[in-house]
Design a protein around this ligand. Structure first.
Ligand code: PMP
Length: 431
């Protein structure tokens, strides 16, 4: 990337708008699973623009749908008028949700979707007490930052909601780590009940969870955990909200929504990121009882605009028609297995986890403590060999793999090779 753009970025944008890599890249074009930077380097994108380009780059069907809307001369007018594309997309999502009597509301981002969900739940239950998981990330507006349990992402501690955090998200460094899955679920459910009984009045607005914690390092709870949580919550009439911003649209392979691995139907699900394959769109689907319990006019100017909803409908068609969920299950399963096999002989890899095309590799020191410097090094080495990956987790020591869902077997193999070489070199340098 040109020096001057980096200097201009630093001079005019906030200091916390941080960039990946010692030499940050400017992506100028994309095709399939590849992106090209301003210097002409091409990379296989195993972070898919942090899950925005969930399907891939330069998909004609999606671009054409957007272009057709742009060609009408109307990018947007107002949500005070009927918008056909918005109604159509809402119908599709309502049907896919599996919720009883669902209503859909569109926003421009995941943060706004979660803000809306929190507002609805607090109003519906007349309470500002909320339950969330430790190590969570739900956004960085005033309400959502309050339910974000990952300190590195909590920009302010002043929050309008009163939050109690429970175990159940990040198992690897939790006191319950070595329990069997069944005992782990029981311990977390007990913890939830105790937290409700001892830190809240019992009149809690909602519990919000990520089925797999994204920013938190693809921390993956055992199947059934949130079903057990729902039983506890049911005793108090507390609605469960599933934040599907990273886990929705089939990315986890086995289910269309991440929460479905837990045999529970939540009161609401929020979504964003991958839905528009890069377009700014988010939203939530909720039971009408929850969605319609506010007395207000429309609460978003741009949410559900015709450009975003037309593009998102085309993206949804594309991923359903090609059964990309099955592709995520197949290739994700292979990647996970291969990485787990490699972990056996690697002192650097402490844990490999995830589902479908959402895989986390936690790097550790010889004594098991987090190894964030090694994660940064692996990312740099992978980039030098044409592979973009991400990192995350409370300690910044978890490599995150989340390629577009159109990934091919050949590309999966290429990525594994680069990753294996990068991990081996980093391990050699590190230990
Ligand atoms: N929820 C989750 C689970 C997320 O991963 C994110 C983004 N990292 C958000 C909410 C916030 O979404 P956005 O950045 O679109 O506001």
């Amino acid at each position: 990337m040109s020096e001057s753009l980096l200097a201009r970025h630093r001079a005019v944008l906030p200091s916390w708008l941080s960039l990946y890599y010692e030499e940050p890249i400017e992506i100028v074009s994309g095709s399939g699973r590849h992106v090209t930077d301003a210097d002409g380097n091409t990379y296989l994108d195993f972070f898919a623009g942090i899950l925005t380009n969930a399907i891939g780059y330069d998909i004609a069907e999606i671009s054409d749908a957007v272009r057709r809307q742009v060609d009408t001369g109307v990018l947007h007018t107002s949500t005070l008028y009927l918008i056909r594309q918005q109604v159509e997309l809402a119908e599709r999502i309502a049907e896919l949700s599996g919720l009883s009597d669902p209503r859909v509301f569109f926003t421009n981002s995941g943060t706004e979707a979660n803000e809306t969900a929190l507002m609805l739940a607090t109003q519906h239950r007349r309470s500002n007490q909320v339950l969330a998981l430790r190590n969570s990330y739900h956004g960085r507006a005033f309400g959502t930052v309050g339910v974000t349990g990952n300190r590195g992402w909590s920009a302010t501690s002043l929050s309008p909601v009163k939050v109690s955090y429970v175990h159940g998200g990040y198992r690897y460094r939790s006191p319950f780590r070595d329990l069997s899955d069944a005992d782990y679920i029981a311990a977390c459910a007990d913890d939830l009940r105790e937290i409700i009984e001892t830190t809240t009045s019992g009149d809690v607005a909602c519990m919000i969870v990520e089925p797999i914690q994204g920013v938190g390092g693809f921390a993956t709870p055992p199947d059934g955990l949130f079903g057990a949580f729902a039983e506890v919550l049911g005793d108090y009439g507390i609605p469960l909200i599933s934040d599907e911003v990273q886990t929705g649209w089939g990315r986890t392979g086995e289910h269309f929504w991440g929460i479905q691995a837990h045999d529970v139907t939540p009161a609401a699900m929020t979504f964003a990121k991958g839905l528009g394959n890069g377009l700014a769109i988010g939203g939530l689907v909720a039971e009408a009882e929850l969605m319609d319990d506010i007395d207000a006019n429309s609460i978003s100017t741009f949410g559900g605009n015709p450009v975003s909803t037309a593009g998102a409908t085309a993206a949804l068609d594309y991923l359903l028609d090609r059964d990309l969920q099955a592709n995520a299950a197949k290739l994700g399963g292979q990647l996970l297995q291969d990485l787990r096999d490699r972990a056996e002989n690697s002192a650097l890899i402490g844990d490999v986890r995830g589902k479908g095309l959402m895989i986390g590799v936690e790097l550790v020191e010889a004594d098991g403590t987090p190894a964030p410097a090694a994660a940064t090094r692996v990312m740099e080495l992978a980039k030098a060999h044409g592979l973009l990956i991400g990192k995350g987790g409370l300690h910044g020591n978890v490599l995150r793999l989340a390629p577009p869902m159109t990934l091919t077997e050949h590309e999966a193999g290429q990525a594994l090779q680069v990753l294996a070489d990068s991990l081996a070199q980093a391990e050699q340098e590190h230990h």
